[in-house]
Design a protein around this ligand. Structure first.
Ligand SMILES: [Zn+2]
Length: 320
């Protein structure tokens, strides 16, 4: 994913793009807006661009971009709420603080993403504030939240705050239907879900058969887990035993679907297929599955044997 994949929210996209190229780069950014607007994707594109050493950032092909995409860049840290806790806790921020003051290993910057930063409890927020008050020159903090007002003003006021607007599902559907006349409405609906507000992604879904096939495979895996069909879990992973790149992409799609399903209790949307899954898949289980994914990506990166890693992934998923 690159900045050019974003068709909506152009003011935000252009601001981040300019910042990544070194113009008016601030120490902290807050991307806020409703769930499903692509904040997380945008934050990751920005993070990759901040680490990238290519010409048109992010180039997607320099050593930094490659490591970033494999989830193994040593100068990129993600902080999220643990699945079994109600908050992002002070211990996490303390560990983060120690890391932040170590100079970056490989890149020129150290990039820290705090997802759903409003989930920090007060002690954690206060600890973060101390770092934001005097950050080391190489550090860039990216925070996401559903609204600016959910964060303490002391933190928000230290960030460049950028509001990310939702492309409503109906608008996305109309845009895609106009652009792809004659498409099957069910496929257009899946494209809307796949893009979650990012029209570039939705477009790729309709244009590229391999994207659709992979999404279908990821969806089958989520369904197999939700409906506890063990054999289908094995079947869903089998095609990837010898296909590392495909497997990494499957992990992305799988994680995105879990994210969409987790939002359904709060933002039901209109998608019957995902609603069905949400009824069956306990959010705690979904959270644990999400937590697995970074570890699996790293194993895949360091351990060449894709067959072993897919088997391990299947086994760990079934345990959850
Ligand atoms: Zn690059």
């Amino acid at each position: 994913m690159r900045f050019s994949d974003f068709q909506s929210n152009q003011i935000v996209v252009q601001t981040l793009k300019a910042a990544a190229s070194g113009r008016r780069l601030n120490h902290a950014y807050l991307l806020y807006g409703p769930a499903g607007t692509g904040k997380r994707t945008l934050a990751r594109i920005f993070a990759e661009a901040l680490l990238c050493v290519g010409e048109d950032k992010s180039c997607g092909s320099c050593a930094h971009c490659v490591k970033f995409q494999h989830g193994t860049h040593p100068d990129f840290t993600v902080v999220t709420k643990p699945a079994d806790k109600n908050f992002i806790l002070i211990d996490q921020i303390r560990r983060l603080r120690e890391q932040v003051f170590v100079r970056p290993n490989e890149a020129e910057r150290r990039v820290i993403l705090i997802e759903n930063a409003n989930q920090m409890n007060l002690p954690a927020a206060n600890a973060l504030l101390k770092v934001l008050e005097e950050p080391p020159s190489y550090a860039v903090f990216l925070l996401t939240a559903e609204s600016r007002s959910l964060l303490p003003e002391t933190i928000a006021s230290r960030c460049v705050c950028l509001g990310v607007q939702e492309v409503p599902q109906a608008a996305a559907r109309n845009w895609l239907t106009e652009r792809f006349p004659g498409s099957d409405p069910a496929e257009v609906q899946r494209a809307v879900i796949y893009g979650s507000g990012n029209l570039g992604r939705s477009q790729a879904y309709l244009e590229d058969e391999s994207v659709r096939r992979r999404y279908e495979q990821a969806l089958n895996l989520v369904k197999a887990l939700a409906f506890e069909k063990e054999f289908n879990v094995v079947a869903a992973l089998a095609p990837f035993e010898g296909d590392k790149t495909g497997f990494l992409r499957l992990l992305d799609d799988f994680d995105n679907i879990l994210g969409r399903v987790a939002e359904i209790p709060f933002f039901p949307g209109e998608d019957a297929e995902l609603k069905d899954i949400a009824v069956r898949l306990d959010p705690l289980r979904a959270g644990k599955m999400h937590d697995l994914i970074d570890g699996i990506r790293q194993r895949l990166f360091y351990n060449g044997n894709c067959a072993l890693v897919t088997a391990l992934f299947g086994a760990l998923l079934k345990e959850i």
